[in-house]
Design a protein around this ligand. Structure first.
Ligand code: M6R
Length: 607
C-alpha cells in the first residue's frame, strides 16, 4: 500500500528519497510526492509512476539535506496531484505524509473548518496536517503527540516544519514505521527496503510512539508522554537480493529462487537422528504447543491457501483438530477458543491488517498465538507470542511465489514437530524429511521446463476463463493457481475441489473454457481422472499436471506438465511451480505489468 521515506543528514536528500520511493514501488501506489527543506522549500507531487516524479525532481529540486517522500495508494479521494502527499497546513510551514486511515477525519475536519482552516484536498491525511498546525506551539514532537491523541484510526506519519530544518517527527499506530540510524544521518520508512542501502542499524517503532529524528540520533516518547529508551538492532538484509539481476521481472526471479528458499526454510531445522523438526523460534512455547489439541490458522490470499494446506498436513501428521480461517472473517466467528487452542498467523509481509487484527483478537481471548512470517521484525512477528521465520528472502513481485513454498515447507516442519511427540512414527517422520530434502533439486528440474510452460501459455493465454481443480493436498494448489492467473494475467479463473465439479461448475465447461487438472498418482488419482473424463465429454480443453512415470493420461488430456515423484504431502511444493510459471507467462504475453499488477499492493495494511 502507501509508502513513506524520510531523510535528515549531510547529503542531498532528493536522490536518497527518490531511490527509497523506487524501493517501495512494489508495495503498490498510484501517485507520489516529495518535500525537500531548502530555501525556498520544495514540494512536488505527481500521478502515476515514481519515474514521473523523478523527472521533475532532477530538473528542479534543490540540494537540501532533509526531506520526506510518499507513494500513495488511494483510499479517500481519487489519485490526483492535489490528493497526493505531502500535505501542508494553512501557512505552508508544515509538511506531512501518512499511511493508514483516519476514521474520524470528517468530524475533525468539520471542527477545523469552523476554526478557519482551509482544505485543498479530499484526503483524510490533510486533516492531520491542519491538526498538528493547530496544536503547534514551537515544539513539533509535542504538537504531533497532541494532535494524534485526537485521532481514531491507523497511521504511520512523517512530519517536517520549516522552523526545525533538520528535524523529522514520525509516529505510528497500526501502520509500520522503521527508523534507520547512521553516523551522520537518520532515516525513517514504512518498509526496511527503503533504508537498507544506507544503514543496517534500525529501530522498529511500536504503536502509539512518536519519534524525533535528527542527523545520527533519535528519541522516542509515547502518546501518553512516557519516554522510551530503545537501542538499534542490526538488520540482517541481503541488499543484492533487492535487484532483478538478469531476470526481466522480479516475479520470474522469485519463482526461480524457490530451490534456495526451500533450502533456507529447512536449514538447521531438521534433526535426522530423531526424525523431528527443530524450530528455535518455538522453543519458548514448546511445552504449551506440544499439549495443544486445537489449531486455528488465520491468513489472507496466498498465505490463506498455505493455511489450507496446513489443515491437511497437521491433520495427517498430528491428532489436532484444525481450522483454517480467512483473517478478514475471523472476527465474525463465534470461536470456541478453549484451553489448548493455538492460533497460527501466516503472512509474508507480517503487516497484513486483517491478519494482525485476527491475531490481536485471539490474544485477547487467551490463545497461544504463533506467527509464520517472512519479513523479520515486522509487526506480526513482534506481536505473536512466538514464531518461525520463513527465510524466503525479500519478495518484491506483488505475487507471492517463493514465500508460499517456504510457508508450505515450514508448516510441514511444524506438523512434524508436534506429530513426532504424539503418534507419528520415526519411519513416517523420516519419509517426510527425505521427501522435503529432495524438493530443491526437484524444483530445479521443473524450472527446466519453463519454455514448455511458456508454449502452453501461448496456447491458453487468450482464454477468458480458466478452471483449476485438485483434491486433498492439491485443492489449495488449485486455488493458488487460479489466484495467480487472476492477479497476474487478469484472466478470470476459479479454483475448485475437483469433487465439486458436478455440483455446479461443470455447467460452465465448453470448448472455450479450459481446465487445469492436478492429477498426481496419489490416493485421489482415479477420482480426478473421472473428473477429467466428465470435462472431456463436454469438449472442455484440459491441461494436466501429473507425475513423471504416468503414461496413462496422454490420450485423455490436451497438454501435460510433468513433475518428479514425491510424497503426496510434499507434492504441493512441486505442483505450484508450473502454475506460477503459467500465470507469469500468460501475464507477460498479454502485456500485463506482472510485478505490479493493477489495483494490487504487496502489503495490505488497511482492513
Ligand atoms: O503478506 P501476506 O502474506 O499477509 O499477504 C496476504 C495477501 O495479501 C497476499 O498473499 C496476496 O494475496 C498476494 N497478492 C498473492 O499473490
Amino acid at each position: 500500500m502507501c509508502g513513506i521515506v524520510a531523510y535528515t543528514g549531510d547529503q542531498p536528500a532528493k536522490g536518497i528519497l527518490i531511490e527509497g520511493l523506487k524501493r517501495l514501488e512494489y508495495r503498490g501506489y498510484d501517485s507520489s510526492g516529495i518535500f525537500i527543506l531548502d530555501s525556498p522549500p520544495y514540494l512536488a507531487r505527481s500521478v502515476g509512476k515514481v519515474a514521473e516524479l523523478e523527472r521533475r525532481v532532477w530538473n528542479s529540486a534543490p540540494d537540501g539535506v532533509a526531506g520526506i517522500a510518499h507513494t500513495r495508494w488511494a483510499t479517500h479521494g481519487k489519485p490526483s496531484e492535489a490528493n497526493a502527499h505531502p500535505h501542508t497546513d494553512c501557512g505552508s510551514k508544515l509538511f506531512l505524509v501518512h499511511n493508514g486511515i483516519i476514521e474520524n477525519y470528517q468530524l475533525l475536519k468539520k471542527h477545523l473548518v469552523e476554526t478557519g482552516h482551509q482544505f485543498k484536498s479530499e484526503t483524510d491525511t490533510e486533516v492531520l496536517a491542519h491538526l498538528v498546525e493547530a496544536c503547534y506551539q514551537g515544539n513539533l514532537q509535542v504538537a504531533v503527540q497532541k494532535a494524534l491523541l485526537q485521532v481514531q484510526g491507523t497511521f504511520g506519519i512523517a512530519v517536517m516544519h520549516l522552523d526545525h530544518p533538520h528535524t523529522i517527527v514520525v509516529a505510528r499506530r497500526g501502520s509500520p514505521i522503521i527508523l534507520g540510524i547512521g553516523e551522520k544521518a537518520s532515516l525513517a520508512a514504512s518498509d526496511v527496503s527503503a533504508l537498507a542501502q544506507h544503514t543496517d542499524q534500525v529501530v522498529y517503532l511500536e504503536d502509539n510512539e512518536v519519534a524525533c529524528l535528527e542527523p545520527g540520533k533519535f528519541s522516542i516518547i509515547t502518546l501518553d508522554n512516557r519516554s522510551v529508551s530503545r537501542g538499534t538492532t542490526s538488520l540482517d538484509w541481503d541488499i543484492e537480493s533487492m535487484d532483478r539481476g538478469s531476470f526481466p521481472h522480479y516475479m520470474l526471479k522469485e519463482i526461480f529462487e524457490q530451490p534456495e528458499a526451500v533450502e533456507n526454510a529447512l536449514r538447521g531445522r531438521v534433526n535426522h537422528s530423531e526424525a523431528v523438526a527443530k524450530l528455535g523460534g518455538l522453543e519458548s512455547v514448546q511445552e504449551r504447543l506440544l499439549q495443544a489439541r486445537h489449531l486455528i490458522i488465520v491468513s489472507c490470499g496466498t498465505s490463506f491457501y498455505a493455511g489450507l494446506f496446513g489443515r491437511y498436513i497437521f491433520e495427517t501428521l498430528t491428532d489436532m483438530t484444525v481450522e483454517t480461517e480467512l483473517a478478514s472473517e475471523f472476527r465474525y466467528r463465534k470461536l470456541n477458543l478453549r484451553q489448548g487452542t493455538v492460533v497460527l498467523a501466516i503472512s509474508q509481509s507480517g503487516e497484513t491488517a486483517d491478519t494482525l487484527a485476527a491475531l490481536r483478537e485471539a490474544k485477547r481471548k487467551g490463545a497461544l498465538v504463533l506467527g509464520l512470517v517472512n519479513v523479520v521484525g515486522s509487526t506480526i512477528a513482534r506481536e505473536t507470542h512466538a514464531g518461525v521465520y520463513s527465510h524466503a528472502g525479500i519478495e518484491i513481485g506483488v505475487a507471492s511465489t517463493k514465500s508460499f513454498t517456504s510457508q508450505l515447507t515450514i508448516l510441514t516442519l511444524m506438523a512434524l514437530l508436534i506429530g513426532r511427540s504424539r503418534d507419528l512414527s520415526y519411519e513416517e517422520g523420516h519419509e517426510i524429511i527425505r521427501a522435503l530434502e529432495k524438493v530443491p533439486d526437484q524444483i530445479r528440474e521443473i524450472l527446466k521446463q519453463a519454455n514448455h510452460v511458456r508454449e502452453l501459455a501461448e496456447k491458453y493465454c487468450h482464454a477468458d476463463h480458466f478452471l483449476f481443480i485438485g483434491r486433498k493436498y492439491q485443492y489449495p494448489i488449485a486455488l493458488e493457481g487460479a489466484l495467480k492467473l487472476k492477479e497476474i494475467a487478469y484472466i478470470h479463473a476459479e479454483g475448485y475441489a475437483a469433487g465439486e465439479m458436478k455440483h455446479g461448475p461443470i455447467a460452465l465447461i465448453d470448448p472455450k473454457f479450459p481446465t487445469l487438472a492436478l492429477a498426481l498418482e496419489d490416493g485421489s488419482y482415479e477420482r480426478v481422472v473421472s473428473n477429467i473424463q466428465e470435462i472431456r465429454a463436454r469438449e472442455g480443453q484440459i491441461l494436466a499436471v501429473t507425475t513423471e512415470r504416468n503414461t496413462k493420461l496422454g490420450n485423455l488430456v490436451d497438454d501435460l506438465i510433468y513433475i518428479p515423484e514425491t510424497h503426496e504431502a510434499v507434492a504441493p511444493l512441486l505442483t505450484v511451480v508450473p502454475l506460477q510459471l503459467l500465470a507469469y507467462y500468460c501475464g507477460v504475453l498479454l502485456g500485463r505489468d506482472v510485478d505490479k499488477p493493477r489495483n494490487l499492493a504487496k502489503s495490505v495494511t488497511v482492513e
